[in-house]
Design a protein around this ligand. Structure first.
Ligand code: HEC
Ligand code: HEC
Ligand code: HEC
Ligand code: HEC
Length: 270
């Protein structure tokens, strides 16, 4: 009986490791070796940098490619030129929240330099001296849960709203004592806070929060892709051990866990 249990446990950890492998490097282990390391992403689908540099696919110390983009951190990757129709608010209360003329304002446009599905993922460098490739993002992949999903975004009307000011949302959502949004000075809900516990929104005060604040992830106050995702795989959430053991590993570079919808409840008081 004991032996069977040991074998079962061993099997469970093998499957957990296998699904971790699908998800790329473990969360919080940095950008090298994770799927944002283009040298190794998607099992070597893309052309590697000749020095195996990791940062170079996105950043350069000199001669950044700034034209056409707002000056953003030492950008070194071919630019995305897609224009996408912005999100349309579903709830009448949100109707007054303006979405910027470019809904991809800030880091969102940097994400789209690869995640538009058109621009070459492995194209980088401003001097033309690097052997960049011309492969765009793999259309579909098997995610950490074994499901086929796409990693490119071509329609903002079906993705969580971005490109609006968090402060504008606070103005319509936090009126008087009616508080529906977390203040941006707050951190994200820390790992395992909503796992196996009874939670109601009044017990928020007793939770622990990450030192990364919501305001730190806003670009000039705007909500972007980088308000939920940590591109460097450095301060993101680690999935709860219980769900990993059940074969549900993931690494979506999220600032808070999927478990208990901690990522959503980090901003929404629902
Ligand atoms: C896949 C693209 C990508 C790679 C690879 C990457 N970065 Fe970034 N980096 C970004 C984006 C996008 C931003 C802006 C988004 C944000 O601030 O959240 C950024 C912002 C930064 C910043 C500004 C401060 C911050 O954290 O926002 C620093 C510093 C930085 N990166 C350093 C690095 C270093 C060092 C490496 C390599 C070890 C690296 N990055 C690899 C995309 C990348
Ligand atoms: C240099 C290209 C590049 C840039 C810039 C980039 N990504 Fe990625 N991203 C990739 C690649 C490559 C993959 C892995 C896809 C594959 O397997 O083909 C990926 C995967 C992901 C995943 C999926 C993780 C998983 O395991 O399912 C998320 C989430 C993600 N990126 C978010 C972002 C966000 C948000 C930004 C901007 C802040 C961004 N990326 C910028 C290239 C990029
Ligand atoms: C409100 C938070 C939020 C915002 C904003 C957001 N994402 Fe995500 N994203 C998630 C979550 C949560 C997942 C995990 C999958 C799920 O729960 O369905 C995810 C998954 C992904 C994936 C993995 C593939 C998939 O569909 O599962 C990619 C790639 C990705 N996001 C890129 C982006 C890009 C690029 C942007 C900006 C255009 C963006 N995300 C904006 C929360 C967000
Ligand atoms: C970084 C903060 C942040 C995170 C994380 C976040 N949201 Fe939001 N979300 C907002 C803001 C701000 C609004 C606009 C005000 C509102 O509707 O409360 C919004 C709007 C929405 C809307 C209303 C859209 C409409 O058309 O009226 C829904 C639904 C929603 N979010 C669901 C989610 C879910 C589900 C998650 C987790 C996957 C999530 N959000 C994560 C900040 C966030």
């Amino acid at each position: 009986m004991m032996k069977k249990l040991v074998i079962l446990l061993a099997f469970a950890s093998i499957t957990a490791v296998a699904s971790m492998a699908l998800a790329g490097a473990a969360p919080k282990t940095g950008v090298k070796g994770c799927c944002h390391d283009v040298n190794v992403a998607a099992g070597g689908t893309y052309k590697a940098d000749q020095f195996q540099r990791v940062c170079a696919f996105c950043h350069t110390p000199h001669n950044e490619l700034s034209s056409g983009l707002a000056r953003l951190p030492q950008w070194n990757h071919a630019q995305s030129t897609v224009t996408l129709v912005p999100y349309v608010w579903a709830s009448p209360a949100n109707a007054g929240i303006a979405i910027n003329a470019d809904p991809l304002i800030g880091p969102s446009r940097l994400c789209m330099c690869c995640h538009d599905g058109v621009t070459a993922v492995d194209s980088h460098g401003s001097a033309g001296s690097f052997n960049g490739g011309n492969t765009s993002l793999t259309p579909h992949y098997t995610d950490a849960l074994g499901k086929t999903v796409k990693r490119y975004i071509t329609d903002l009307t079906v993705t969580h709203p971005i490109g609006f000011k968090y402060a504008d949302a606070l103005a319509v959502r936090n009126v008087g004592t009616d508080t529906e949004l977390v203040l941006p000075t707050n951190g994200y809900i820390a790992d395992n806070q909503l796992v196996g516990v009874t939670f109601n929104t009044n017990s928020r005060g007793s939770l622990t929060y990450s030192s990364k604040k919501i305001k730190d992830t806003l670009y000039n106050g705007y909500m972007t892709c980088a308000s939920c995702h940590n591109v460097h795989n450095s301060v993101n959430a680690v999935p709860a051990a219980s769900t990993v053991a059940a074969g549900n590993s993931y690494n979506y570079f999220l600032y808070a866990q999927e478990e208990g919808s901690a990522i959503c409840l980090s901003c929404h008081i629902k």
